[in-house]
Design a protein around this ligand. Sequence first.
Ligand code: ATR
Length: 283
Amino acid sequence: MISKVCVMGWPIAHSRSPLIHNFWIHQLGIKDAVYERLPVAPKDLADTLRHLRDWGFVGANVTVPHKEAVYASLMRHDALAHRLKAVNTIVMSDHGLEGRNTDGYGFMANLADRAPGWRAGAGPAVMLGAGGAARAVAAALHDAGAPELRIVNRTAARAETLISDLSLTRARFFQWDDMATALDGANLLVNTTNLGMAGERDLDIDLAPLPSTALVTDIVYTPLETGLLKAARARNLATVDGLGMLLHQAVPGFEAWFGKRPKVTSELRKLVLADMGITEDKA
Ligand code: ATR
């Protein structure tokens, strides 16, 4: 029997998860396993979850627009998925499907990998955005011991809801116009908004108030070097691009499905970059 895992989303044609997981399946010599794309329209989601096991799937990833709907449909979750009310990874247990969330893990593991000297506890973190992706990042930074989380968002209510939903006791909301105050003394600046993504306008922020020790990162990875990262690099600030978050969030799911913990290597990074049409000297 082939062990199948899928990524479900709508649309799903451009997902790079199959490239990542099939690379590890091959590299680690997992026999009779394959990872595929599963296009699932919102109206078909409940039916898909009901039949997942019958169709031969031993697990799944969940992406846009299904993360919250899968959370609501499943009976069992790990603590983090429960807290975020969003699922990106499904694991089969004897009791049925269990929803997990590895996005925050992926975010922190990427920073640990690419900026090993950086410490969450060393100073305030500034997060731009309060959407779906921001929730996992906010919880991860808070749990990692950021002494203060400053959330800058266009819509105040969304940031306030995020703070109360996740019980972030050390977080507070900043207006976009108060950016300079938010950046003052910060240890990290992370963009979780769509701004800077290919096809969207760039973030236009004056980074001057950031200390020279601050790390700047973006969860957007198309383009790999967003306008924000370019501006940070021009100021000699340390930067980490968002591709590693995608690579690292895949690790716990793979380990749960196949029993072997895969590694995020420069070879894997190059493979995904090549698929994006990018060659990087220093991957
Ligand atoms: P995702 O799931 O990718 O996080 P989302 O939930 O739609 O997507 O969230 C998008 C984030 O980008 C939000 O923080 C949004 O701000 P609002 O909460 O004010 O909508 C932010 N965003 C998107 N377009 C923006 C723009 N033109 N200017 C400022 N913020 C923007």
